[in-house]
Ligand binder design. Sequence first.
Ligand SMILES: Nc1ncnc2c1ncn2[C@@H]1O[C@H](COP(=O)(O)OP(=O)(O)O)[C@@H](O)[C@H]1O
Ligand SMILES: [Mg+2]
Length: 363
Amino acid sequence: MGKKYGAVSFLQILAPELNDRLQDDFLDMESSLIVSMHIQSVDQVKAIKTVKRKITDLDRSKIEEQKKAVRAGYDMDINQIEIQRGLTTSSTAIFVPFTTQELFQNGKEALYYGINALSNNLIMVDRKLLKNPNGLILGTPGSGKSFSAKREIANCFLLTSDDVIICDPEAEYAPLVERLHGQVIKISPTSTNYINPMDLNLDYSDDESPLSLKSDFILSLCELIVGGKEGLQPVQKTIIDRCVRLVYQTYLNDPRPENMPILEDLYNLLREQEEKEAQYIATALEIYVTGSLNVFNHQSNVDINNRMVCYDIKELGKQLKKIGMLVVQDQVWNRVTINRAAHKSTRYYIDEMHLLLKEEQTA
Ligand SMILES: Nc1ncnc2c1ncn2[C@@H]1O[C@H](COP(=O)(O)OP(=O)(O)O)[C@@H](O)[C@H]1O
Ligand SMILES: [Mg+2]
């Protein structure tokens, strides 16, 4: 109608003509238009009266018809005839007042994610079979976000052989991880759980050599420590790379765990170099070696290869935050790289992830 006439000031559509595509039809029109819908609500008592009157009307005409039938001399029951009425899909849908979207995957590694609120069916999902395996748990405080992550972790631990890594800024995953014989690593200036950032993994199956990868990581570490707007100068990078290659000589010749270098070895090598830039880097590194932030200057004493590793970063502190997060990031990245080559999945859970958005390094 709207198309035929230039302007329609008033268009009334009666209820029987309404269909579910009404709004769609309006929006499909090429001319711009404003549609106002005036829906008049009817008082419930009045509505019931109307319906009752309608029923009485029907009963009355039924009786009339029956009387007619009797007068004409045939059985009044003949009035009841079977009617078949054709309905379109949308009209039929009115009688099915629930539309639900089910998510139920049958796979061997499908995990339980709860109950469908509408249909009460189980929600079973194997993330690896979805278009995108990543997920985000959202909710108001105390609504059970961490709880559902823990439940998923436990479920996945029992049902799959995937590795699980947790970044735990509220120190609340330890009980679960310890029950499952996982490794909790507490990173803080006073912690006695040590991860050696210099740990070199020789069974990297990637193309790049382990040493080049490590050198790259130590360069980022020094960049963070030495700081400055422009980052490391080319000369400084050369010196660090030289020292990294030197510091692993003993370990590469005899790869026993006790030969793994620590930051202090790197520091001593830097001190031995002739360039004054080397002294500058060494001094910047000092606080992490002999100073008060020396938590990363130890051989690893935790099982970072455990199937389940939880990094408790609650007491990381401001000073250690950047370097601590970089070390965790390196650990996670190492694990993911190794697992990917072995066709093994790694599940990484980051609780309170918004906290990590505050720092450029972790964001
Ligand atoms: N489905 C549940 N059944 C029983 N207790 C629950 C459930 N979900 C959450 N809780 C409890 O409610 C509290 C808050 O849950 P939590 O996961 O810490 O919330 P969030 O991380 O969303 O702030 C916790 O004590 C948790 O054990
Ligand atoms: Mg929480």
